[in-house]
Design a protein around this ligand. Structure first.
Ligand SMILES: [Zn+2]
Length: 531
């Protein structure tokens, strides 16, 4: 993976120190390849003893991953886009199901690592595995893939790096101390930033540093081969066409011939070799030029992904683009009579970014009307997004045009629909509706920071400050920012008596404060133990 350009500039000093550290470690004579000898799920034997000795490998990796994830959540490039997250989930969940069935994802790994995808709003064509089961996906990758299989093949490959414990193995191989030092340095830097109360810009630098660390984690050729092999099996067992793996390789190779301008960092961390590509081609059945490979057990998810992919890819392109000239080109293309649905989708989003709300409304309305059952949720979410933005800017939209869509979306169980309907309802002046729906939603999805944030806004709009502050605290806690959560819960406790009339909510605030205090203390004890 690669550090986003802006972050890498900001992150020069400590990042450089970390790079030097890992570089030094990797220059030491490498241990004999352990690729096949270390059983998955157990690397404790090759790590230094950290205390009680009980399976420290997994806990240590998860803690390191959590500390890196915490910094990424604060990075300005971190993006919780409900439509793209839902789309990636259509690919990701079947891969996890297939991996469980194949035994590549043991119950222990399943439970103890995060298995969470994190989106980064950059044009880099990149995906990367982080310690602890966090996978980073940059929008450029979503934008450049032409089929769900291509994108799923990258996810399957990165999944395999985590499931095969490559990061833990590599760190312990490079240096007995590397995981310790990396973890301690990151945690130490974070603690320093918390104690001196520095601003968000500095928090963002932490994200850059975390990424710089990962940038140095280049896997061995054996590990790459293993990730290809396991990834291919997981991909095809999940119901995706195995040709996706090969066409992704072809695509990357074509690009590497054309340019090496740094926009394809995936190529740098995954150098293509003719051997790897021949290997992948050999896995396809003989004579199967284009027939699907593998059992199509998850055909439903795979065909929905196929219907949605072009929209998701267009969305990634528009969201990661910062140049208004490009939005103008896509806006124009989307209005052409022969425009494809994906072009009209990109046109509507570009129109929104250009402030052309009437045109965005027209494009989104026509897209919804065309009807595409498997991708309808994407078009409904777009419609609600456009309506919310139009209403926020004072552009009128007839009630009959959007209230029925809002209500249906609010009562669905797809996150992109619920959150876009909530946003539209908030700008449309119905905060009570939002509070009612999202209060139920967060019970089912307590780690949904985006939902907690919307709920906080809805409660605030209703003048329920106690509930609003607690929801803000939960949003912080969901992104592992315990000090931020604790500070808000204490603020809630200190509200004047006339705002502390809901005894039930007060009891929850007290209980959550105790729980988060304990978590925070444990974390501080952990980092103190390591120094
Ligand atoms: Zn790899």
């Amino acid at each position: 993976m690669l550090v986003p350009a802006a972050s890498s500039v900001r992150a020069v000093s400590l990042a450089a120190a970390l790079c030097a550290l890992v570089l030094t470690a990797s220059l030491s004579p490498s241990a004999p390849a352990q690729a096949q000898s270390t059983p998955p799920g157990r690397v404790g034997s090759s790590l230094p003893s950290l205390g009680d000795g009980s399976d420290m490998g997994l806990s240590e990796e998860r803690r390191l991953g959590d500390s890196i994830a915490r910094s990424i959540y604060r990075d300005p490039d971190y993006l919780d886009d409900a439509v793209l997250v839902d789309y990636l989930d259509l690919l990701w969940q079947p891969l996890l199901v297939a991996a469980r069935k194949r035994g590549e994802l043991s119950p222990e790994l399943d439970e103890r690592l995060a298995w969470e995808l994190m989106l980064s709003n950059t044009k880099q064509v990149n995906a990367f595995a982080l310690p602890g089961g966090y996978l980073g996906v940059e929008l450029g990758l979503v934008a450049v893939t032409e089929t769900p299989e291509e994108l799923a093949s990258v996810l399957a490959h990165e999944f395999s790096h985590v499931a095969q414990r490559h990061i833990a193995r590599m760190l312990s191989r490079q240096s007995q101390q590397a995981p310790w030092i990396l973890g301690a340095m990151i945690l130490g830097a974070l603690a320093a930033s918390a104690s001196s109360n520095v601003d968000v810009a500095n928090a963002a630098i932490m994200g850059g540093q975390a990424m710089a660390v990962q940038n140095q984690l280049n896997f061995s050729r054996d590990m790459e081969r293993e990730a290809d092999r396991v990834g291919f099996s997981v991909l095809t067992d999940a119901g995706f066409d195995g040709h996706g793996f090969v066409s992704m390789f072809d695509k990357l190779q074509q690009v590497s011939r054309l340019n090496d301008d740094g926009s394809y960092p995936y190529l740098r961390s995954h150098p293509l070799s003719t051997e790897r590509m021949a290997d992948m081609r050999a896995r396809l059945p003989a004579g199967a030029a284009s027939a699907p490979v593998g059992p199509r057990k998850s055909a439903v998810a795979a065909s929905e992904a196929a219907a949605v992919h072009a929209y998701a890819s267009a969305r990634a392109r528009v969201l990661s683009e910062k140049a208004p000239e490009r939005w103008r080109v896509w806006w124009q293309a989307g209005q052409a009579p022969q425009a494809t649905p994906a072009e009209r989708y990109a046109g509507a989003l570009s129109a929104l970014r250009l402030g052309e709300r009437q045109s965005a409304l027209a494009l989104a309305r026509s897209l919804r009307a065309q009807g595409d059952p498997q991708a309808q949720w994407v078009l409904d979410a777009l419609w609600l997004e456009v309506v919310a933005r139009a209403k926020a800017a004072g552009t009128p939209v007839a009630d009959a045009d959007w209230l029925p869509v809002r209500d249906a979306a609010l009562s669905s169980d797809r996150r992109a629909l619920v959150l876009s309907a909530a946003e539209a309802a908030l700008t449309g002046g119905a905060p009570a509706l939002v509070s009612a729906r999202l209060s139920g939603w967060v019970v089912q999805h307590p780690r949904d920071a985006g939902a907690w944030q919307l709920l906080a806004r809805a409660q605030q709009a209703q003048g329920r400050r106690l509930h609003a502050i607690r929801a803000e605290a939960e949003a912080r806690a969901a992104q592992l920012d315990y000090p931020g959560a604790i500070e808000r819960l204490k603020t809630a406790q200190a509200l004047p008596a006339n705002e502390r009339t809901d005894g039930m909510e007060l009891a929850i605030v007290d209980a959550r404060l105790r729980a988060l205090d304990t978590l925070q203390r444990e974390e501080m004890k952990e980092s103190a133990r390591k120094q």
